[in-house]
Write a protein that binds this ligand. Structure first.
Ligand SMILES: Cc1cc2nc3c(=O)[nH]c(=O)nc-3n(C[C@H](O)[C@H](O)[C@H](O)COP(=O)(O)O)c2cc1C
Length: 223
């Protein structure tokens, strides 16, 4: 598989088969992913991988936790700014519409939408969950560096025939995850990733996704 093929084939997988993923595959992927770039090569990142009973314990924790409704508003690292503006807002809604159509969940069925969102906290059935950890003393530059590691991991897994879904949804459980993984005082789990064998028969893993055009993405000057 070429890099271009890995980039084009990767898509967010939101329904997995239960087949396991071996630690050898993960070690192989992380060994290659270590070569992702970071500013000044500081590599300010850490990955926690869970499977089996450790994965189950994370899922159980989400069921036992009553998320504080005020938490989102007070989180110093929210997923989106308040009142997302155009055209970003429309793009965000378009993704939700396409996804819920594939799931055959009508727009007005809020409980069903909520049930799908909570599937995040079962890793969408994936046997492996990854958590990407960063030190909160770092600044936006290092969060961008971490993104390079995350995409590198996803592409390497794609190359090995595995599917992924990046999951910022885990931000809802940052304090609990920090406790479970005995993170350092300054560490936080920025993002999760479900990893496993995609159930390719599911429409939620097959719906068409949109992207902006090359000319919206890039400006060519002096060519
Ligand atoms: C950092 C990051 C976090 C994400 N978090 C979630 C998430 O919590 N749940 C989810 O279902 N998808 C999540 N996604 C997936 C995006 O919705 C998806 O990448 C986007 O719609 C583009 O679709 P594609 O990945 O299939 O190309 C996340 C993506 C990124 C890059």
């Amino acid at each position: 598989m070429t890099v271009s093929e890995a980039v084009r084939n990767r898509r967010s997988i939101r329904n997995f088969l239960p087949d396991p993923v071996s630690v050898e595959v993960l070690r192989d992927v992380f060994d290659a992913a270590r070569w992702a770039p970071s500013g000044s090569n500081i590599q300010a990142w850490r990955i926690i991988a869970v499977t089996g009973t450790e994965r189950d314990a994370v899922i159980r924790m989400t069921l036992e936790t009553q998320p504080d409704p005020a938490r989102g508003a007070s989180d110093p690292y929210p997923i989106y700014p308040p009142n997302l503006w155009e055209p970003l807002r429309t793009r965000r809604f378009a993704l939700a519409e396409d996804m819920y159509r594939a799931l055959e969940i009508p727009r007005e069925d809020k409980p069903a939408r909520l049930r799908h969102i909570t599937r995040n906290f079962e890793f969408f059935g994936a046997p492996v969950g990854l958590f990407f950890v960063i030190d909160r003393r770092l600044v936006h530059g290092q969060w961008a560096h971490l993104g390079m590691l995350i995409q590198t991991v996803a592409l390497l897994l794609e190359e090995r025939g595995l599917g992924t879904c990046m999951q910022e949804a885990w931000a809802a459980f940052r304090p609990e995850l920090a406790r479970m993984f005995a993170l350092g005082d300054n560490e936080l789990a920025y993002c999760g990733m479900a990893v496993g064998h995609p159930d390719r028969s599911r429409p939620v893993n097959r719906f068409a996704r949109n992207r902006i055009s090359i000319d919206e993405l890039a400006e060519f000057r002096g060519f």
